[in-house]
Design a protein around this ligand. Structure first.
Ligand SMILES: C[S@@+](CC[C@H](N)C(=O)[O-])C[C@H]1O[C@@H](n2cnc3c(N)ncnc32)[C@H](O)[C@@H]1O
Length: 289
C-alpha cells in the first residue's frame, strides 16, 4: 500500500530542509576551518602582515583611454610603474624600476610581463575574477579596475592566509567583491570554489612549492575558464614551472596557452637567472556552454 500524499510531501520537505541546512551549515563550517587554517599558516611561517596601500594611482586606470589600456607597451612603460610596485624582494627587480617600488599599489609583477598579460585579457570575456594569494592586494585591485574598463565585473574574490582589514574595507564598498581568509591547501578550499564558481579568470599565486602549486591548480582548474599561474619561470621556485609545464603537456586538447616571461637585463646580470613569469591557460569550451 502506498503512503498517504501528505506523508510523502512531508518527507520530501524534510530531506530538502536537511539539504539546505547541510549546505548552509557546510558553508559556515568550511569558512571557519579555512580561517583557522589560514591563521595556523601565518603563525607557523611567521608571515608579515599585509600593508595598507595608496590607491590614489588607480585613478590612472579609471581615466586612461581604452586605446592606452589595450597597448602593452604603454602599460609596461607608463601605466604599471606609475601604479607602484612591490619591494619585498628588491633583488628580483631591475634597478630602473626602484623609484616605483614600495609605492602605490605595491603589485608584485614585472611591467614587461604584466602589461602584455593585461592587454591579452582585454580581448577576453571576463565577468568574474578569483586571486589565490593576494598579499597586500595590489595585483587584485589593478586587475579588478582594469577589467572593469572593458566589461562589468559582477564578482571578484581575493583570498590569502594573511588578513588585511584595510583590503576588506576597500572591497566592502564594491558589490560582489570580498576578501576570504583561507589556506588554499585545505580540502575545504575546492568545496568553497565549487560553491562560488565558476570564475571567468583565476590567478594562482599562493604557496610556491611544487606540491602546493599543483594542489592549487588542481583545485582551481575545474572552476575557471581562464587559469593563470604566476612564477612559471622563477629560479626562486622552480617547482611552479614544473607544474605549469605538466599542465601544458597534459591538457593541450582542451586549453590554449599563453606565456608572459620577458626579463630585465639588469636582473639577469645581477642574479644570473629569470624571475616571475605569467602562464595563462584559456579553456577552449567555456564552462556551462
Ligand atoms: C607572492 S604573494 C602574492 C602576490 C600578489 N598576487 C601580487 O601579485 O601582488 C603570495 C601570497 O600567498 C599567500 N599564501 C601563502 N600560502 C598560502 C596558502 N596556503 N593559502 C593561501 N594563500 C597563501 C601569502 O600570504 C602571500 O600573501
Amino acid at each position: 500500500m502506498s503512503p498517504p500524499a501528505e506523508r510523502v510531501s512531508a518527507g520530501v520537505a524534510r530531506v530538502l530542509d536537511e539539504r539546505v541546512l547541510r549546505g548552509r551549515l557546510g558553508r559556515v563550517l568550511d569558512a571557519r576551518a579555512m580561517r583557522r587554517g589560514a591563521q595556523a599558516v601565518v603563525d607557523e611561517e611567521g608571515l608579515e602582515p599585509a600593508r595598507e596601500l595608496d590607491v590614489a594611482p588607480l585613478e590612472i586606470l579609471r581615466t586612461a583611454d581604452l586605446e592606452a589600456l589595450r597597448d602593452p607597451g604603454r602599460l609596461e612603460r607608463e601605466i604599471l610603474p606609475a601604479l607602484g610596485l612591490n619591494d619585498e624582494i628588491l633583488d628580483e627587480f631591475p634597478r630602473e624600476l626602484y623609484p616605483h617600488c614600495g609605492k602605490g599599489l605595491r603589485h608584485w609583477q614585472y611591467p614587461n610581463q604584466f602589461g602584455p598579460y593585461l592587454a591579452a585579457l582585454s580581448q577576453q570575456r571576463i565577468g568574474s575574477y578569483l586571486e589565490v594569494g593576494v598579499r597586500h592586494g595590489g595585483t587584485f585591485l589593478i586587475t579588478v579596475e582594469y577589467l572593469s574598463r572593458f566589461a562589468p565585473l559582477r564578482k571578484a574574490i581575493a583570498t590569502d592566509v594573511v588578513d588585511s582589514p584595510w583590503l576588506r574595507g576597500q572591497l566592502r564598498a564594491r558589490p560582489g567583491m570580498r576578501l576570504v581568509l583561507a589556506d588554499s591547501q585545505l580540502p575545504q578550499f575546492p568545496r568553497f570554489l565549487a560553491r562560488e564558481g565558476p570564475f571567468d579568470l583565476a590567478l594562482v599565486d599562493a604557496a610556491h612549492y611544487e606540491w602546493t602549486a599543483q594542489h592549487d591548480l588542481d583545485s582551481v582548474r575545474p572552476h575557471a575558464n581562464i587559469v593563470v599561474l604566476h612564477d612559471i619561470v622563477s629560479q626562486a621556485c622552480p617547482g611552479v614551472g614544473s607544474v605549469w609545464r605538466r599542465f601544458r603537456d597534459e591538457h593541450a586538447a582542451d586549453w590554449d596557452f599563453l606565456e608572459f616571461t620577458d626579463q630585465y637585463d639588469d636582473v639577469l646580470e645581477r642574479q644570473g637567472g629569470p624571475y616571475l613569469g605569467i602562464g595563462v591557460a584559456i579553456r577552449r569550451r567555456r564552462l556551462g556552454e
